[in-house]
Design a protein around this ligand. Structure first.
Ligand SMILES: [Mg+2]
Length: 254
């Protein structure tokens, strides 16, 4: 697999960065140099590269992509309620934040191994009128503070405040927030993981093309495992976040 960036050449000759994609090495061929810069080559062939360009005049810079590839970050995306902290239906009080056993150490291990930690959470209680955005932010701030005390730092918390029937840009199972994080933090989703206690968390990760999704049996996890055995079988199911850290770190060393 080779990682490329693609660029768009405007009618004025301006070359702008378009995105990143990976292709099997056998699927592309260098057709000809189109610009004076020695690294600029055209991509041709029936592969994903062409589809990524969506008909635009696309170019790839192998030289630039080599730099991007080595600098790209891995992330562990984490659901909040039932995964990091105790599930309490429609949590809106920071004083009710209880970090799940072993979560601090588990995330610290992943962080030390080079993973960025990013929370992705649906907070439909806002859209349903149960609590406010300020309540969500107060709970998030408590979570950040609790983990921060142990040296665990989250890059960002993405949350979707909409109720399920409301239009939403990022409500899981949408992969949108993972795409946003990829673009914001230079993440390689194919080397990243999604962790949660519900099927929608797993679906979010699958929709984004992460390396692996893991279901924890904390929160609603054990119930979801019983309720959706078929779809969940595609994920790795473990008891809790310490087991998540074990699985990810061991799988990387295999
Ligand atoms: Mg949850």
């Amino acid at each position: 697999m080779v990682l490329f960036s693609w660029h768009v050449l405007s009618s004025t000759g301006k070359l702008s960065f378009g995105g990143i994609f990976s292709v099997a090495a056998a699927d592309f061929k260098v057709e000809k140099r189109l610009l004076p810069h020695p690294a600029i080559v055209a991509i041709r062939g029936g592969n994903r590269a062409v589809h990524s360009a969506k008909g635009l005049f696309g170019f790839a810079s192998q030289e630039r992509s080599a730099t991007i590839s080595s600098n790209m970050n891995m992330a562990v995306f984490l659901d909040r309620d039932g995964t990091l902290i105790q599930e309490k239906d429609y949590l809106c009080d920071p004083d009710q934040v209880i970090v799940l056993p072993g979560a601090m150490t588990a995330l610290h291990r992943l962080q030390q191994a080079g993973f960025k930690l990013i929370i992705v959470t649906n907070q439909s209680g806002v859209g349903r009128g149960y609590f406010t955005l300020a309540d969500v932010e107060a709970v998030n701030a408590r979570v950040v503070r609790e983990f921060g005390r142990q040296g665990v730092n989250f890059q960002k918390i993405y949350f979707a405040p909409e109720a399920p029937e409301q239009p939403s840009r990022g409500r899981k199972p949408s992969p949108q927030f993972l795409f946003d994080a990829r673009d914001e933090f230079g993440l390689d989703l194919a080397r990243s993981y999604m962790i949660g206690d519900k099927l929608i968390d797993l679906e979010c990760g699958w929709n984004a093309g992460v390396n692996q999704c893991l279901l924890v049996r904390t929160g609603y996890g054990a119930e979801q495992e019983r309720k959706h055995p078929g779809p969940v079988s595609r994920a790795v199911v473990v008891d809790d976040l310490p087991a998540v850290a074990d699985w990810i770190l061991h799988s990387r060393s295999r």
